[in-house]
Design a protein around this ligand. Structure first.
Ligand code: ADP
Length: 221
């Protein structure tokens, strides 16, 4: 797979809640964005905040050709509630040979169809947000990133058994298979952890490890 330039312009199709957030953030990051929606009111609304907006029906491949969709190396299909439109639009982008297609799905079967027709990345915003909230409400985790390969980076309050000791004494790595990456005490800057770092009651730690090891670690009493 060719690497896509990190500043390549992005085509965003659909200016609903998900598409508008994607396009708006890309725009704030300074990326060139062309956002399209078939609803003219939405296009008008977002035209002040997003540099390039166009009204078009993306189910129509000729309309996509006319706005130069085939020139983009990255496209985001942010149409979810109409599965038929999402599928047709994704198929059009595949036909136009857009190399990186991200598409939002509202269900597993929707996602499977998108993958079959050639979407490179399928996103499930609601399912992902729900899983995230489950993690956050059920323990000490304050924030987390879970990578595809069962590896996670988590910000959390330290479990009791590791408080008041340095990392070697508490055996975080040997006993729990977890690496403490950094520690933050209230009012002090974040520091990288060493074996000698002592974790106290009011600290916040950043840890890395497999998702299941972190899950167990965060549940320690
Ligand atoms: P969200 O849940 O993120 O708000 P929706 O799926 O409800 O997402 O919103 C999809 C957006 O995509 C709507 O603004 C809709 O007007 C737009 N849209 C739907 N079909 C097409 C199409 N064929 N071409 C362009 N835009 C479309």
């Amino acid at each position: 797979v060719d690497r896509i330039k990190h500043d390549a312009p992005v085509l965003v199709i659909g200016l609903g809640r998900f598409g508008a957030a994607t396009a708006g953030q890309l725009d704030r990051l300074g990326r060139e964005v062309l956002a399209i929606d078939d609803n003219d009111t939405l296009v008008q609304k977002w035209s002040e905040r997003i540099t390039h907006t166009v009204q078009a029906d993306a189910r129509n491949i000729d309309a996509l050709r006319q706005i130069g969709a085939g020139e983009f190396s990255i496209a985001v299909v942010a149409v979810g509630s109409s599965i038929e439109a999402s599928v047709l639009i994704t198929a059009n982008l595949v036909d136009l040979k857009v190399p990186q297609i991200w598409a939002k799905a509202i269900s597993k079967s929707h996602g499977k169809i998108l993958e079959r027709i050639g979407a490179n990345h399928v996103i499930y915003p609601e399912a992902e947000a729900g899983e995230r909230v489950a993690h956050l409400v059920s323990g000490r985790m304050l924030d987390f990133i879970e990578f595809d390969d069962d590896f996670a980076l988590v910000k959390m309050f330290p479990p009791k058994p590791i408080r008041g000791k340095n990392l070697t004494e508490s055996g975080v790595r040997s006993r729990h298979n977890i690496t403490v990456v950094g520690v933050k005490s209230p009012g002090k800057p974040f520091t990288y952890a060493t074996e000698k770092t002592v974790v106290t009651d009011h600290d916040i730690i950043i840890v890395s490890g497999t998702s299941s090891d972190i899950e167990k670690f965060s549940a320690l009493e």
